[in-house]
Structures are given as C-alpha cells and as structure tokens.
Write a protein that binds this ligand. Sequence first.
Ligand SMILES: Cc1cc2nc3c(=O)[nH]c(=O)nc-3n(C[C@H](O)[C@H](O)[C@H](O)COP(=O)(O)OP(=O)(O)OC[C@H]3O[C@@H](n4cnc5c(N)ncnc54)[C@H](O)[C@@H]3O)c2cc1C
Length: 393
Amino acid sequence: MAYDVLTEEQREIRELVRSLARERVAQRAAEIDASHEFPWDIVELFREHDLFGLFFGEEWGGTGTGTLLGLVAIEEVSKVCATSGLLLAVQELGSLGLKLGGTQEQQERYLPRLASGEWLCAYALTEAGSGSDSAAMRTTARRDGDGYVLDGSKRFITNAGVASLYTVFAKTDPGAGHAGISAFVVESDAPGFEVTRLEPKMGISGSTTGELAFDACRTPAGNLLGAEGEGFKLAMRILDRSRPGIAAQALGIAQGATDYALEYARERVTMGKPIAEHQLIQAKLADMETECEAARGLLYRFGQMVDAGIDGPELTKASAQAKLKCGDLAMWATTEAVQILGGYGYIKEYPVERMMRDAKITQIYEGTQEVQRLVIAREMLRETRAFLLAGVG
Ligand SMILES: Cc1cc2nc3c(=O)[nH]c(=O)nc-3n(C[C@H](O)[C@H](O)[C@H](O)COP(=O)(O)OP(=O)(O)OC[C@H]3O[C@@H](n4cnc5c(N)ncnc54)[C@H](O)[C@@H]3O)c2cc1C
C-alpha cells in the first residue's frame, strides 16, 4: 500500500468521499458549469452523507473527525467539481465566526443547523471599495435598543441568496480604524436585508457570488460575535483557518487536471506512439505530480497543526503558505493539462477547460496571492533568525 499520512480511519472516510465524488458529483460537474445554477442536489447529497459535519465537533452533531480530514474531503470533491468542493469550504468559512467567537448560547442556536447542512452560511467582509484593504469598509452598525442597525453593502459574497446565515463585519466606531469593526451574525430574513445582485463569473459557475444590501437592517444585540471592536481580529482569525479550505479546493483542481491529463496522454497517439511516451509530455506530467505532492505536504501539515491545537502566528504563516502554494499550483497545473490535451484541451467537451477557469479564483479569494505573500513575509520578519546574525557586527 502507498505511504499515507492519514490514519486508517481517515483513509476509510476519504475513500467514502472519493467514491461519492466519482459516482455522484463528477457526472454533474459539466452541467453545473454550463447551467450556472446553484447545485441544490449536491447540497442534498452532502446532507445525506454528513459531509457538512466534517468540520464540526460531535457536540454540534458533526463528525468530530478534525480539520485535516475536512480538507481532504474538499480536495476529493474538488478533483471532480470545484463548485461542489466550495460548498464544504464555505460552510466552514461561514461557521468559523461562531466557532471562534460565539457564546455557548449562540453556538447552540446555530451550529447544529450548520453542521447538518440544514442551513447554508456565508462570510461577508468584502465591499465594493474594500477587498484586500478590508479595514476600509464602510458598512456601519449602530446600537439601537435591544439590537443593532446595519447600513451599507457587501460585494462578492459566496452563497449570497442561498445562505440562511451571514457572518457580517461592520463598523460600530467608524473613526477607530481596525479597532472600530465588529462582527455579527445576520439571518437571511432579517428586516432590511436583501441580496441585490448576483455576478456572472469566469468559473465556479454554480456557486452564487452576490451583493448584500443592509438598509436599516435590524439584528438582535445577541447576534454580536465577541465584543464591539473585536471584529477585525476575528475576521483575520477566521481567514487563517478557512484559507486552507480554498487551498484544498485548489489542490483538488490541480490533481484532478493532472489525473485527467495522464489518462489522456496514455491514449492519444502522435508520431506512432502515445504522447505519454514523448519525453516533453512526461516532463510535464512528472512536474505536475511532484508539485501536487509538495503542495499537499503544506496543506496537510496545516490540518495536522489545527488538530494538534496549534494557534497563533505559526498557524497564520502555515495557512498563507498552503493557500499560496496550492492556488498557484492550480492555475499552473490546469494550464499544463490544457496544453497536454492540445486543441481538445480548449474545448468544453473536455473537463480541463473548466478546471482552468475554476482554478483562477483560488488565486484571488480569501486573500489574493499578493496578500498571502505579505502575510508570510510579515511573519518571517517577526521570527528571530539569530544564526544569520551571528558574527555580524
Ligand atoms: C467569486 C468570488 C467569491 C468571493 N467570495 C467572497 C466571500 O464569500 N466573502 C468575502 O468577504 N469576499 C469574497 N470575495 C472577495 C475577494 O476576497 C476579494 O475580491 C479579494 O480579497 C480581492 O479584493 P479586491 O477584489 O477588492 O481586489 P483589490 O484589493 O482591489 O486588489 C487588486 C489587486 O491589487 C493587489 N493588491 C492590493 N493590495 C495590495 C498590497 N498592499 N500589496 C500588493 N498588492 C496588492 C491585489 O492582490 C490584486 O492583485 C469573493 C470574490 C470573488 C471574485
């Protein structure tokens, strides 16, 4: 048996997810891409097989199997359909505010419904004028009696219109910069809340990406996550944990494209032999496979760190490194896969065309690759590399 860092139990669950992905999700991928329709049937499939519970503790009705296995599941699903893999990643992204910053009462109210997948959720940080610079947000929240009143809008929010619960960031003290931002959970039927627009996109077409409007939107005071002013820190802690979900999606896309290109290369004959026997094609395949393994090493290490209870700057750096490596890999490996298929790679009948379009977003959302580099460099500069200075001065 091939060497594997997963335990026997983890391997068994991976096998179940892999079979489900191959037998039930793969056949829907092209249709989801072409129709641009949100795949409620895949949501139902994941509910039936408890996949939404993979990132949740048993006390909330989840599987309690840990972060590493959750990432493995996203990878397996994304090998065949990146939109479907994103369903799992965003359920974690939208729940993390409650998990990391919620009171017992808030967690009891919401987490069981999110773990079962009865409710989908979303994370609303970005605005039209603030993406990478999220502290420049303009949405405000003002205390009014037993609630908060939110005004403003959010842009590019995954699961807009299909989520029942949104983690929303807004300024409770607009003059205080980062320290003036607070986090709330807002239910989709809150008065004054509306999804005002859905974006047509290059890839991950079945996933909704939309604009949220808050027009004197009331949310109970009990829906504030943490204390006023703690929202920015929470937003960043959430991203530390959730970015690797996107890394797992990216790795799945890259491995799916590599696997497809390999099979194609065995069959396609030019100049009297399968293209897999031409050394230039072999070099591409060898590089793709090796880069996937290298990226997997970074990603799984992150999962193991979370499962071992590691937090703080070390986790921040590991998260950004996994996202950076896997996102760039997805774009490069899918481009190589298209090249291996030649003209057929450019045609919609073959899945690598979709995979290449789906890959691009993994270099952009949950922090662009430039932002990941800033994060990694910041953490490097904080570390003491004393041995380098030995003997200097
Ligand atoms: C399909 C999709 C789904 C999304 N889902 C969500 C979601 O669920 N929730 C959510 O809150 N947001 C979501 N986003 C938003 C996404 O996270 C942002 O688009 C992203 O963070 C980049 O922000 P921006 O688009 O404003 O680009 P900008 O911040 O304007 O950046 C433009 C370019 O400048 C670069 N740049 C910016 N600042 C610096 C700097 N200091 N140094 C070097 N380069 C820099 C960027 O890397 C980028 O290349 C989604 C976006 C898309 C397209």
